[in-house]
Design a protein around this ligand. Structure first.
Ligand code: ADP
Length: 552
């Protein structure tokens, strides 16, 4: 049987690492076979060679003199990283342990170095570090582009808001004058001129719709879409929308089929917004379907916990890859001209905002929306269906409810008696209009002059003076005025005994949500959004004065 010493020698020879033994001067006395092979030398080349020629320090700490000092001078074991020189290759990086072997008299006799190749580990670690650096660079680039995107998005929102306001102001004049002509001057002007005015009026309505869509999408993107919830009968709402759209559908001989059972539970939601949802889906169905086709609407209650609304058309269909994208703002699929008849252009070219607004409104009510279609290639008119699922029990939270919030603001405002000013029978009530825009003053005066005496002021200061001198029955007040703005004027009037109980209605282009809140908070009684129709303005003024509106 092999002696222990021979066994040990054999193990040392083949151990997968380097064992180097030197005398105290650093001359190599033994180097195991596996390292001789790895370093690419002949054993004889290394025997009695100085180990200093074989070991390279990575830094000073791994050099042979340093290792020797640690072991012989300090009497410690060495542990660190060194490099082993190879014959025709790059050096190998090694994790190294060094210690001395003592004789019977406890005197150091040999130095033993045990080295383990860690080149691969080092390479991987370096690569990882490089990758980490790259990642952190990518990360900071991403953070930067994210910030940039956020900035651009904020700029876009601000731009939309300013642009909408700037567009609404001249639109008030266009809409106001065209309506006054249509309502009062038909007999006085040439029919061809009259029909041009009607076109201007319709164009103003379309522009108003586009502006409102831009404002809605801004509100949705900023998560600031406020709701005025009430118990809404969805069947009635759908029927109202169909009614309003029927003139366009009839022109193209299209018909609606409604499959909604009586007795559907009401849905606690914002009626105006639900109306907007159905109008957008149904007008899309009309826009993207051929003449003579049928549009179906179905509403069912499923699993006793949700409404499932489906709007089905037999139109041009939607490619499968577009089914999700069509809900992105400003997204439009290809050309819509291929299915248009002249009448199909009734709403003008789309802006690609309708569906994203619908999605925003549905999600705001706790629902989801998706579209289904076989794609556009299957047949000429494969059709599409739009599905909306809404919870039966509304998920509108208390602070989402704009009506409640405004009431609270008002309660927090000023304590006022609602006394009605009596006007002698032979005199018309007086309305004071304060606005710096001449056209807005003129239009409002023209709308109201048949039932009211009108006084106007172009600045806040003049407005306050006229309010004290004339004690009008009602004040119409613009929010943006040079110098004293509408809110401050309202607050001043509310603090004076002579004017504190006067009905005050603000009228403004109101593109910011908090604008309406501020009007109520400063003591306003109502808000008329520009551009307004003459009917809307008369209704609001009459309501504030407790006058029943005459039906035309
Ligand atoms: P638009 O104002 O362009 O109609 P929408 O947001 O309402 O904007 O719709 C986005 C796009 O989705 C449309 O441009 C159209 O390509 C597609 N689309 C919407 N509804 C339908 C439909 N019922 N059938 C086919 N395509 C539709």
């Amino acid at each position: 049987m092999e002696s222990d010493t021979i066994l040990l020698a054999r193990i040392l020879e083949h151990i997968p690492g380097s064992i180097i033994v030197t005398d105290l001067s650093g001359e190599i006395k033994y180097i195991n076979a596996s390292s001789v092979e790895r370093l690419g030398f002949e054993r004889d080349e290394l025997r009695n060679a100085p180990v200093e020629d074989l070991i390279l320090g990575i830094e000073k700490k791994g050099s042979w003199p340093y290792i020797k000092d640690v072991i012989l001078k300090n009497g410690d074991n060495y542990s660190g990283e060194t490099q082993l020189i190879c014959k025709n290759k790059d050096p190998i990086i090694c994790s190294t342990i060094g210690f001395c072997v003592r004789n019977e008299k406890n005197e150091p006799e040999e130095i033993v170095l045990v080295l383990r190749d860690i080149s691969e580990e080092k390479r991987i670690a370096e690569e990882l570090e490089k990758k980490n650096l790259e990642f952190s660079k990518i990360n900071s680039d991403l953070i930067r582009s994210n910030q940039e995107l956020k900035r651009v998005s904020e700029m876009k929102t601000k731009f939309l808001s300013i642009a909408s306001h700037e567009l609404k102001t001249p639109l008030t004049s266009i809409k106001g004058y065209s309506e006054i002509i249509i309502d009062n001057m038909k007999s006085k002007i040439d029919t061809s001129v009259f029909s041009m005015i009607e076109s201007i009026d319709r164009a103003a309505d379309r522009l108003h719709l586009v502006i409102n869509n831009m404002l809605d999408i801004t509100r949705i993107e900023q998560k600031r879409l406020r709701l005025k919830p009430e118990h809404v009968n969805l069947k009635e709402t759908v029927e109202e929308c169909i009614n309003e759209l029927s003139q366009f559908a009839l022109r193209r001989r299209m018909s609606f089929r409604c499959n909604i059972k009586e007795g559907l539970p009401t849905f606690y939601s914002d009626k105006m917004r639900m109306h907007q949802v159905f109008t957008n889906l149904l007008s899309n169905a009309i826009k993207y379907s051929p003449d003579n086709s049928i549009i179906e609407v179905e509403i069912i209650v499923e699993e006793e916990n949700h409404f499932h609304i489906i709007v089905i058309d037999h139109g041009i269909g939607i490619d499968k890859k577009e089914l999700k994208k069509i809900f992105d703002p400003f997204y439009e699929v290809g050309s819509t001209s291929r299915h248009s008849t002249d009448a199909a252009k009734f709403m003008g070219g789309g802006t690609g905002l309708g569906l994203s607004i619908v999605k925003g409104i549905i999600e705001r009510h706790g629902g989801i929306i998706w579209a289904e279609s076989e794609g556009t290639k299957t047949s000429e008119f494969p059709g599409s269906s739009f599905h909306v699922v809404l919870p039966l029990k509304s998920q509108i939270k208390w602070d989402d409810d704009e009506t409640k919030r405004l009431k609270i603001k008002n309660i927090m405002g000023l304590d006022r008696k609602k006394t009605k000013k009596t006007t002698p029978k032979d005199k018309k009530p007086t309305v004071l209009i304060i606005d710096d825009e001449k056209e807005a003053l003129e239009i409002s005066s023209m709308i109201l002059q048949s039932s009211f005496d009108i006084i106007t002021a172009e600045t806040g200061e003049d407005g306050i003076r006229l309010a004290f001198e004339n004690k009008p029955s009602l004040i119409l007040l613009d929010t943006y005025l040079p110098g004293l703005d509408g809110y401050r004027i309202c607050r001043i009037l509310r603090t004076q005994d002579e004017t504190k109980d006067l009905p005050i209605a603000f009228f403004s282009a109101a593109t910011q949500d908090n604008e309406i809140e501020m009007c109520f908070a400063s003591g306003g009684d109502d808000f008329i959004v520009k551009p307004f129709s003459s009917k809307e303005m008369l209704n609001k003024v009459n309501k504030l004065l407790g006058i029943k509106t005459k039906k035309k």
